[in-house]
Design a protein around this ligand. Structure first.
Ligand SMILES: Nc1nc2c(ncn2[C@@H]2O[C@H](COP(=O)(O)OP(=O)(O)OP(=O)(O)O)[C@@H](O)[C@H]2O)c(=O)[nH]1
Ligand SMILES: [Mg+2]
Length: 390
């Protein structure tokens, strides 16, 4: 049973203040990639993400919602998390399921306490981050000043990977493919390109020397720059800034390119650490042939389907109609299907491999933080507990 190549998977959690536009952005990504044929709105209560009645009544997300789409040959899973402070724990709980956290900033509101907290928590968990400035259509916002204030408050590792075009109807890439003559609202493609390449090469001494000698960011080997880019993300030395409007669609193609082709795959991300029954640490390996390790990061309840357990496969494969063990329970449980979530619609699959995010239904013994595995070799294994946020 063939499973998806983990190199062609990207998992991103969207986190940030309530009302920043994460659910609208998720809806826009689905629409732009053709996964849906119309865009719902939070106001009308018809988005793919906010599928529970409570969410539709409150016009806020209340738990993580998982959606997926295909872009540039990659399967992209998005975890749309709640921003309301009472529910932010659910957002943080989904971080072990992803390789990257996308911090959504409302252009009109800038960096808030929740933004800083989420940035810090993602960093403590060793997760690459990307900043997504949403609502750039709000004309009164000075995006240059906002970018400066983000760099002052969240650090100089935050560097634009694209720039709003003059007029804000689109956004211009400044990292990989770039057109130096394109008109940007502030800075220039050339300056922004140099700035991000300089930030990237700092993590690789040899590449840095090559750059200093050549004096031209485009003279560097593209493969080496890409490897350094992944390393810079992993080390938190680079936090790319992207500009979008979920409302108008500006910047969405560029954001999709960053998500699908530039962010780390499950093979490139920082691996999660687990604790074995005897107390020692082990790191999961995204290898389809190794024993299965799937971690349940969220639980939901559907009035028709019942209990749903959302999991990330950190190692091995999970097949439909197979037997699994939950935590250290002696008895195996037979699951019906491993499903690929799309809001409340869950598509049946035969099997899912390492790096995938899935859901199983109607397994009452599955709880938050449960570990799904097979056989008894991994009894008692659990995700390394992380310090609770202050
Ligand atoms: N002008 C403008 N408004 C937007 C944009 N994106 C979202 N909004 C509006 O902002 C409001 C909040 O959007 P949501 O998508 O619910 O925000 P959220 O981040 O999911 O909020 P929580 O689920 O509470 O965390 C809605 O009224 C959206 O229509 C945008 O790009 N531009
Ligand atoms: Mg939401």
């Amino acid at each position: 049973m063939a499973v998806r190549n983990p190199a062609a998977i990207r998992n991103v959690a969207l986190a940030g203040i309530a009302g920043g536009g994460k659910t609208t952005l998720t809806e826009r990504l689905l629409f732009t990639t053709g996964a849906t044929t119309r865009m719902g709105t939070v106001e009308d209560g018809n988005t793919v993400s906010d599928w529970t009645k409570e969410e539709q009544d409150h016009h806020h997300s209340l738990r993580p919602s998982v959606i997926h789409f295909e872009h540039e040959g990659h399967l992209v899973n998005i975890v749309d998390t709640p921003g309301l402070s009472d529910f932010i724990g659910h957002a943080i709980a989904s971080f072990p399921a992803v390789e990257t956290v996308g911090i959504v900033i409302d252009a009109g509101r800038g960096v808030e306490t929740t933004t800083r907290r989420l940035m810090q928590i993602a960093a403590e968990r060793n997760l690459p981050r990307v900043i997504i400035i949403n609502k750039i259509d709000e004309a009164q916002v000075n995006l240059e000043e906002l970018t400066e204030s983000i760099r002052e408050r969240l650090g100089s590792a935050c560097v634009p990977i694209n720039l709003p075009a003059a007029g804000r109807e689109s956004v211009i890439n400044v990292f990989d493919s770039h057109d130096d003559n394109a008109a940007t609202e502030f800075s220039s493609v050339e300056d922004a390109h140099t700035a991000i390449v300089e930030q990237v090469v700092e993590v690789d001494e040899a590449l840095m020397e090559e750059y200093l000698e050549a004096g031209d960011p485009d003279a560097l080997d593209k493969g080496k720059v890409h490897a350094a880019f992944e390393q810079a993300l992993r080390e938190g030395h680079l936090i790319p800034i992207c500009y979008v409007s979920a409302k108008t669609g500006a910047g969405i193609d560029q954001l999709l390119h960053v998500f699908a082709s530039l962010l780390p795959s499950p093979l490139e991300g920082n691996p999660r650490t687990f604790i074995t029954e005897d107390g020692s640490e082990m790191q999961a390996e995204p290898d389809a042939d190794k024993p299965t390790i799937a971690h349940v990061f969220s639980i939901a309840s559907d009035p028709f389907v019942g209990k749903l357990g959302y999991f990330k496969i950190h190692q091995g494969t999970l097949k439909s109609k197979s037997e699994i063990h939950i935590g250290d329970q002696k008895k195996a449980i037979r699951i019906s299907h491993v499903l690929r979530p799309q809001g409340k619609e869950n598509a049946e699959t035969d099997a899912m491999g390492p790096g995938e995010i899935g859901v199983i239904a109607k397994v009452d013994d599955v709880g938050f933080d449960s570990l799904l595995h097979q056989g008894h070799d991994l009894d008692g294994l659990h995700l390394k507990p992380l310090p609770l946020p202050k």
